[in-house]
Design a protein around this ligand. Sequence first.
Ligand SMILES: Cc1ncc(COP(=O)(O)O)c(C=O)c1O
Length: 360
Amino acid sequence: MISIPQNIQELVSYKPGKPVAQIIEELGLTEWAVLWNNGNNLGPSLKVLERIQEAAITSHKYPDPASIQLRTMIAANNNCEIDNVVVDNGSESVFDCMFRAFFKAGEELLTCDGTFVAVYIWAKSNKVPVARIPLARGYQFDIDRLIDSVTPQTKAIYVANPNNPTGAMITKDQLNQLIDNVSDDVLIIVDEAYYEYAKVISDDYPDSFELRRPNVITLRTFSKAYGIAGIRVGYALGDSRLIEALSKVKMTFAPSNLAQAAGIGALEDEAHMHKSVMLNKTALQQFYNALHDAELEYTPSFGNFVMVDLKEEELAKAVAEKMMQKGIFIRHLKAFGLPHCVRISTGTEAENALFVSKLV
Ligand SMILES: Cc1ncc(COP(=O)(O)O)c(C=O)c1O
């Protein structure tokens, strides 16, 4: 029998729930809003579709392994050289590359509880121990405690800004505090999957790449504000030495030619992205008003979702279930380590209005 390593045995395999279409049919829903995935229900720009169509004709050719055109555009947007950019099949894939590129046996990742679940999964599948500290009050990353928790084994610190699923933000001062108080032989990974949304919500939102620190890597994605989660394209920005190491371990031909084309199309239509982030900003305010009226406690969010604290697991589960019966699909956060909370992503204008009308 083929033995499966202990760390892989301990991972829980993904168990897909019932497809949404089936639930809609079973419940006989006539209207619904799918707000449980932190994607972008506005969908992709037409420019993306155009670029994919053009690229599809050359599907018999391998993609450009260096993604030169896409990286050039990303570099121009971020005022850097293409050597400061690596692209891959979503930012999750770049994150996975970090373990092969940077970690030696015995080195650890330091982060908080209640952050992006894939972080714990990819660390474990790469046999990297994760030191976890609790979130601070307000479901924030606990910067003081992160600094105090660095040990000689700490290779990297992961923070998501804003955090998923809590929505909380690390401010400019807090990020500087973290970077200034950690030795520069510790890598600081700042996951900015919701960067485009956060930037228009708060002037105090820091762009971690702008700091140009040799031990900071910034993760970004086309999955959220650009609306192409299904295509799988994301990137990292950082010091060219670190980016080169990541480039060495990523799959040679990732991302695909269609994904590279989609990323190019997305960047050619910044107006579409801007429409998404402004719609989200309005939606968050609508959600806050509705949650306030319903006397529910929420964490102010800097992403495209809001987390509601229902205090008890049973209540959180029941609320998610009841909302589903009404056609509103929201996420109970048990699997995220926050069983007393639910998360509601923002959607289209019509979906947001439907959520508000069904909350009462
Ligand atoms: C914090 C965070 N990072 C990364 C991702 C995944 O991004 P990608 O689709 O680029 O892999 C998500 C998606 O939910 C996220 O919330």
